[in-house]
Design a protein around this ligand. Structure first.
Ligand SMILES: NC(=O)c1ccc[n+]([C@@H]2O[C@H](COP(=O)([O-])OP(=O)(O)OC[C@H]3O[C@@H](n4cnc5c(N)ncnc54)[C@H](O)[C@@H]3O)[C@@H](O)[C@H]2O)c1
Ligand SMILES: O=P(O)(O)OC[C@H](O)CO
Length: 348
């Protein structure tokens, strides 16, 4: 909607015929943001995958789907792309693929090659869709390994009510966006347990420390974590019931089962799949990240999600009883397996 609202002509692909028909008649959604009147610059297309003629005429491809769907969609898109005249690729998803522990940069390299991954752009930062459509002043980071591409994407999105800051650290920006969702689950659980402001501030600060350590191990710029995609989005998502991930945590603490929560949430909470991927990533990086590790039980990976009711409380007590450690500590771990894999895929 932001791009349509900024006078770009937008084709919005949906897999639902019902959505397309309804949207094109009323410029309204049937699922999320039902009360919002969308821009008339948007045309819904679908339910079939976008056609060759549509792909040929577009300048920008924006991916606003959950991370778990990115790989299959890129594979479907590949035969339709003209690699000599690639559109600008912008990704807004925030997650790590659960089965492979790949971030989106790697998924793009796998499916479309390292050249396309290096030119892809990643938009992240504190940005609830519900507030963007009401033109609430919002700021985000847009990152790419090719800074000119990040600048181009920033120009496309930048508006008086929507500021874009550029970054050449897509690894840091992407990991930050994915990891903050896992910590938002923990923050929601803390609220659900009745913990108040001191607890939330401690959680956010220690989560930022864990995120920065993972980023540093991947060779990301630690300063990225002081930016919008890092602490900015972490504060937002760990403080508001508007966040789906926070809501998942709060409902878990109230004793609901994860399957029931996900069935009724009505929208994706990326932190659930990402918590699984993150557990493997931090094991491979040989980092000790107790908060991230709290989200999944170490001894049982087959359970979709584990900490409910009493377990959440026990985990909170466990976190508070850990021995004292130095507060500020960044690892030099750039040759670990996930980092080697990422660099090899990107030809770095
Ligand atoms: N909603 C927000 O405030 C917000 C803000 C910033 C970033 N994000 C990120 O954007 C991504 C999408 O979030 P959302 O809020 O739009 O989620 P959503 O669940 O509301 O919508 C996702 C849409 O993607 C479709 N989809 C799911 N799997 C698909 C697949 N395999 N192929 C094609 N379409 C598929 C769904 O049908 C749905 O229409 C997430 O990674 C989220 O973290 C969301
Ligand atoms: O609702 P969440 O938890 O997916 O958060 C949405 C956005 O990532 C906030 O920036």
């Amino acid at each position: 909607d932001h791009l349509g609202d900024s006078d770009h002509h937008v084709y919005l692909w949906s897999r639902s015929k019902e959505f397309c028909d309804h949207f094109n008649q009323h410029y309204r959604s049937i699922h999320q943001l039902k009360d919002h009147q969308f821009s008339t610059h948007i045309t819904a297309v679908g339910p079939q995958f976008p056609s060759q003629s549509l792909i040929d005429k577009i300048d920008i491809l924006l991916f606003a789907i959950p991370t778990e769907g990115v790989r299959s969609n890129l594979a479907a898109l590949k035969p339709l792309l003209n690699f000599e005249r690639l559109p600008l690729l912008i990704f807004v998803n925030k997650g790590i693929e659960a089965s492979t522990q790949c971030m989106t940069l790697e998924i793009i390299a796998d499916e479309l090659g390292p050249g396309v991954a290096k030119a892809a752009t990643f938009l992240s930062g504190p940005s609830f869709a519900k507030e963007i459509v009401r033109r609430q002043p919002t700021s985000v980071a847009i990152a790419s390994l090719t800074l000119e591409r990040a600048q181009k994407a920033a120009e496309v999105f930048h508006q008086p009510w929507f500021r874009c800051y550029t970054s050449d650290d897509p690894i840091g920006v992407e990991l930050a966006g994915a990891m903050k969702n896992v910590y938002a689950i923990v923050a929601g659980a803390a609220e659900g347990l009745g913990f108040e402001n001191n607890t939330r501030a401690s959680l956010i600060t220690r989560a930022l420390s864990e995120m920065t350590r993972v980023g540093k191990a991947y060779g990301a710029n630690p300063l990225t974590y002081l930016g919008l995609a890092g602490v900015g989005d972490l504060i937002l998502t760990c403080s508001s019931p508007l966040s789906r991930n926070y809501t998942v945590g709060k409902r878990l603490a109230a004793g609901e089962k994860i399957d029931d929560i996900l069935k009724t949430l009505g929208s994706v909470a990326e932190g659930v799949a990402t918590s699984k991927a993150l557990k493997s990533v931090i094991e491979d990086l040989e980092l000790d990240l107790p908060i991230a590790n709290s989200v999944r039980r170490a001894d049982d990976f087959s359970v979709a999600f584990v900490y409910t009711g009493k377990d959440v409380k026990e985990r909170a007590q466990w976190l508070m009883s850990l021995p004292s450690v130095p507060e500020l500590d960044l690892p030099e771990n750039e040759l670990s397996e996930p980092v080697r894999r990422l660099r090899a895929k990107l030809g770095m």
